[in-house]
Design a protein around this ligand. Structure first.
Ligand SMILES: CC(C)(COP(=O)(O)OP(=O)(O)OC[C@H]1O[C@@H](n2cnc3c(N)ncnc32)[C@H](O)[C@@H]1OP(=O)(O)O)[C@@H](O)C(=O)NCCC(=O)NCCS
Length: 238
């Protein structure tokens, strides 16, 4: 029913059109950073990997992966990753599903394909960003094995979680929530995605995000999405 395809340079117009449609349909467009034609062209050529999901001939979703190499825009600069590793960095850049096609796990479908395609590229570090005001974006990244490790300002001063995932191995599973049972919050703390001051302080004192509670509209706490955090070191030192 759904098929993931890798896109080539001829897809520039398609991506520009899709990102406008998605951006204009968002209740809070500040959570979605649109890409320039130059950036998309670089990623569609050999500067990244771009994927689309097709459904009966229509494109219903896309994902962009970016290799910063020696370009200025490299999220690794926000953490103490040694610069010699920058050549082995990829960004999990934009992902989007057209509104009428959300809920079919298409972000997970594209992420799985993009991760599999990275084998044998020499990539060792994956970075991504998501707005704290975008719980669905945060959940999608956590589901792909990323963990929020910082709050940073990007794209003209917008607040973003900075996510990291070692590749190919991922975060140490013995330390991850799978080892605790995803609903066991012993040793964890839960902070609302809106509590940016508390989140900043927690990151600064050695906590990282390990899961997300989406919250329910009827919940006594008001249903705010909350980040589950545990004490973890970055695998390359703090
Ligand atoms: C993030 C995003 C790609 C996830 O879409 P997806 O792969 O369709 O999400 P899933 O299929 O995993 O959805 C899980 C659940 O969340 C719901 N959901 C997903 N995105 C949603 C959204 N933006 N608003 C409301 N509900 C949403 C789904 O309907 C589904 O509900 P269900 O469990 O009751 O069926 C999608 O929300 C999106 O395109 N958002 C706009 C662009 C964006 O913010 N991208 C991230 C920053 S680059």
């Amino acid at each position: 029913m759904f098929a993931v395809e890798r896109l080539g340079p001829q897809a520039l117009g398609l991506l520009l059109d899709l990102q406008e449609r998605i951006h204009s349909g968002l209740p809070d467009p500040s959570v979605f950073q649109r890409s320039s034609a130059e950036f998309l062209s670089y990623c569609l050529a050999d500067g990244g990997r771009c994927y689309a999901v097709r459904h009966r001939g229509d494109t219903v979703a896309y994902r962009i992966v970016y290799f910063p190499r020696d370009r200025e825009f490299n999220l690794a600069k926000d953490v103490p990753l040694p610069p010699r590793e920058y050549a082995h960095v990829a960004h999990w850049d934009t992902i989007a599903v057209l509104p009428e096609w959300r809920g079919h796990r298409l972000s997970a479908l594209m992420n799985t394909r993009a991760l599999a395609d990275l084998e044998e590229t020499g990539i060792r570090h994956l970075f991504a960003t998501s707005s704290p005001r975008n719980p669905h974006g945060v959940r999608s990244l956590i589901g792909a094995g990323f963990r929020p490790v910082r709050l940073v300002e990007k794209f003209g001063g917008n607040l973003r979680f900075l996510f990291y995932r070692p590749f190919p191995g991922g975060w140490d599973p013995a330390q991850d929530d799978a080892a605790h049972g995803t609903h066991d919050d012993t040793g964890a703390k839960l902070l609302a995605l809106s509590a940016t001051g508390d989140l900043r302080a927690a990151f600064a004192s050695g906590w990282i995000g390990t899961g997300i509670h989406m919250g329910a509209a009827t919940a006594a706490n008001g249903g705010a999405p909350r980040l589950r955090m545990r004490r973890r070191s970055l695998p390359f030192g703090n």
